[in-house]
Design a binder for this molecule. Structure first.
Ligand code: HH2
Length: 286
């Protein structure tokens, strides 16, 4: 899953793709690099970020989705607003990535229940403006697991098909470095919830704490976590640097299987936890 941030203030690439033409060119480039999914977002969720109003978020993401849809990747909309999700679904998105896990907008669950789309539910403690102020858990893995399990039950009770739900521990969302590392080390306990697990470590600050490197120099750190997450059973890897992650994950996946086949690790639609689609690799990387 390649990240397309159509924002002025994202933590690692704020402003780089705010112009719709630049965002579309970037998304196409990520597809050429091997992204199966593009996750398009018009509101930063970095610690301390200020909320964006609905009209502005729509203005940022809809033209980009419309232009990217014909290029073929699956499109995910990174939003917690039902109106933005609805417009994105109309524009060609087939995945809604809600970092509030249906807690941000009372209309979101009903909207998603009506639509034929996948839904990513992520754990976050608090909200972006305050989430990094002294986050505490009894046991971070048990607490995140209980939250995701409850959110999955809630989604199903609201009419969203269980097989449509993906889960995400929300690395960096109300977590210290120890919390992030604990979640990554015990990811298998979240895989046991039985739904495809999404992991978003890309360029995040805990990698900088360990390596001493700035956001754009955290690709090796990102890849280390992606490969370990793959081995633990995660299925979707949300990254900014697709070419590098794709190569690392292809090699790691082939090694774990003990054979090589042109397969992706992306859940299919409708998804099952075990199936995978056969794809030809995008051109332009030879
Ligand atoms: N991380 C970010 C945003 N959305 N969605 C999911 N499901 N999982 C994540 O870990 C996740 C996410 C933060 O990264 P980025 O989009 O690059 O930054 P910003 O929120 O500042 O735009």
């Amino acid at each position: 899953m390649g990240v397309v941030n159509v924002t002025p203030d994202s933590f690692s690439d704020g402003g780089a793709w705010l112009d719709p033409g630049a965002a579309v060119a970037h998304g196409s480039d990520l597809v050429r690099q091997g992204a199966d999914i593009l996750d398009i977002g018009g509101e930063s969720t970095r610690p301390g970020a200020e909320p964006v109003d609905t009209a502005e978020e729509l203005r940022r993401v809809v033209p980009v989705l419309v232009e990217l849809a014909p290029l073929g990747p699956r499109l995910s909309i990174d939003t917690s607003k039902a109106l933005v999700a609805e417009a994105a679904l109309q524009a060609g998105a087939t995945i809604v990535n809600d970092v509030t896990a249906l807690r941000g907008d009372p209309d979101m669950a009903a909207l998603l229940a009506e639509h034929d789309c996948d839904v990513c539910l992520m754990h976050m403690l608090g909200e972006p403006r305050t989430m990094q102020r002294d986050p505490r858990y009894d046991d971070v893995v048990d607490d995140v697991k209980a939250f995701l399990s409850e959110r999955l039950e809630y989604a199903v009770a609201q009419g969203i098909a269980e097989e449509r739900v993906w889960l995400d521990p929300g690395i960096g969302f109300g977590k210290t470095i120890e919390h992030n590392l604990g979640l990554l080390r015990r990811l298998g306990e979240l895989v046991a919830l039985g739904r495809p697990l999404v992991v978003g470590t890309s360029r995040k600050s805990f990698l900088g704490t360990i390596t001493g490197r700035g956001p754009l120099e955290r690709i090796p750190g990102t890849i280390a976590t992606n490969v370990l997450a793959l081995a633990a059973g995660a299925r979707v890897f949300r990254v900014h640097d697709v070419a590098e992650a794709r190569d690392a994950l292809d090699v790691a996946a082939a090694t774990l299987r003990g054979r090589w086949a042109k397969e992706t690790t992306t859940p299919t639609t409708p998804s099952t936890t075990t199936s995978s689609t056969t794809t030809s690799r995008p051109s332009g990387r030879s």
